[in-house]
Design a protein around this ligand. Structure first.
Ligand SMILES: C[S@@+](CC[C@H](N)C(=O)[O-])C[C@H]1O[C@@H](n2cnc3c(N)ncnc32)[C@H](O)[C@@H]1O
Length: 317
């Protein structure tokens, strides 16, 4: 099934999720995904590993009522005006694959782009599909894996123009796990989120009940300074204050009570007990226009080196 990628260092792993927070015995389902079983990767290949916070984000995407309602609302989201979703820094793409697996019966209602700055995850040097393309490629024509380097104007424009059929395309929902890790790209990342969620000319905006939203999975490996900087940049671009979503809202009362909730799913915390959490951030003020759509916003000279492995010592089990 996974072709020659299998022969390299990847293995198929099965992730288990539950489909409802209402009862502890709610039905569960599995997602099979190709990834690197190693806890250490080359400096630019951190995305080959499925990081714990992306397991938590995956569970969140299917049990958080705010998103559920939106996807199940036929007026908000239908075959003619599907919900347009995009994952940033996808790596192996577990959150995208989980969402697509769970909402398989809604294939025509949602359009999804899974993206990463590391082009080999999309397409290898030999022209074969990369790990991300393989992992999301089976979910039909509304789903594509695309290269998207944060702060690169062309990649942002390509991601927008891949939404055909709209004069002023933009995304409704963006999500990302474990991407606020490198000081040099915090600003390009924030600008990318802004550019992809901003609907362009106000008049061209599709009428939607809900404002554009960004769901961010974070694990803090510093004192929280990067996260605060990232949120404050987003606020200056017209986003709401970031709301840390209570675990109860997507893990349920049994699993979500108190801070120990980060122990679920099994890989939802990192070695050393670093807590994983999900934030919700709405774009509420359209006045500031996205500068990335005018020019590249790659701000650091050492930019290439910023794909560095974020947590060499992470030894989660
Ligand atoms: C720590 S990994 C997280 C992967 C996945 N989201 C997860 O949680 O399992 C960070 C991901 O962000 C991507 N990335 C890092 N810097 C980037 C940049 N400047 N532009 C686009 N993607 C980038 C990496 O290639 C990698 O896939």
């Amino acid at each position: 099934m996974f072709g020659s990628l299998f022969k390299t260092s990847y293995a198929s792993e099965t992730f288990n999720f539950f489909s409802s927070i209402n009862t502890p015995s709610s039905p569960s389902f599995n997602v099979e995904l190709l990834s690197s079983p190693s806890a250490a990767t080359d400096f630019d290949k951190t995305g080959e590993v499925v990081w714990p916070v992306s397991v938590l984000l995956s569970q969140f995407l299917i049990t958080y009522e705010g998103l559920r309602q939106r996807l199940q609302d036929g007026e908000e989201c239908n075959a003619e005006t599907p919900l347009r979703m995009l994952e940033l820094g996808s790596g192996a793409g577990l959150p995208s694959a989980t969402l697509l697996e769970f909402y398989d019966h809604f294939r025509d209602r949602l359009v999804l782009r899974a993206t990463d700055g590391h082009e080999a995850f999309i397409s290898t040097e030999n022209g074969e599909p990369g790990i991300l393309s393989v992992n999301v490629g089976k979910y039909g024509p509304n789903v594509k894996a695309l290269p998207l380097l944060w702060g690169k104007k062309k990649d942002a424009l390509d991601a927008l123009s891949s939404l055909s059929g709209s004069a002023s395309p933009s995304y409704d929902v963006i999500f990302a796990a474990d991407v606020v890790q490198w000081g040099a790209v915090v600003e390009p990342l924030a600008m990318t989120v802004h550019a992809l969620l901003h609907p362009g000319q106000e008049g061209a905006r599709r009428v939607k009940k809900y404002p554009p939203v960004f769901y961010l999975g974070i694990v803090e490996r510093d004192d929280g300074a990067l996260k605060r900087k990232f949120f404050s940049l987003l606020q200056s671009y017209g986003f709401s204050e970031a709301r840390k979503i209570n675990y109860e809202e997507y893990l349920g009362r049994d699993l979500g009570a108190g801070d120990e909730a980060f122990l679920f799913p099994p890989k939802g915390s990192e070695f050393g007990g670093r807590v994983c959490m999900i934030y919700e951030i709405f774009l509420i003020n359209l006045e500031p226009k996205p500068v990335l759509l005018q020019r590249d916003q790659i701000l650091s000279t050492g930019y290439e080196a910023t794909l560095t492995l974020p947590c060499v010592n992470a030894n989660f089990s």
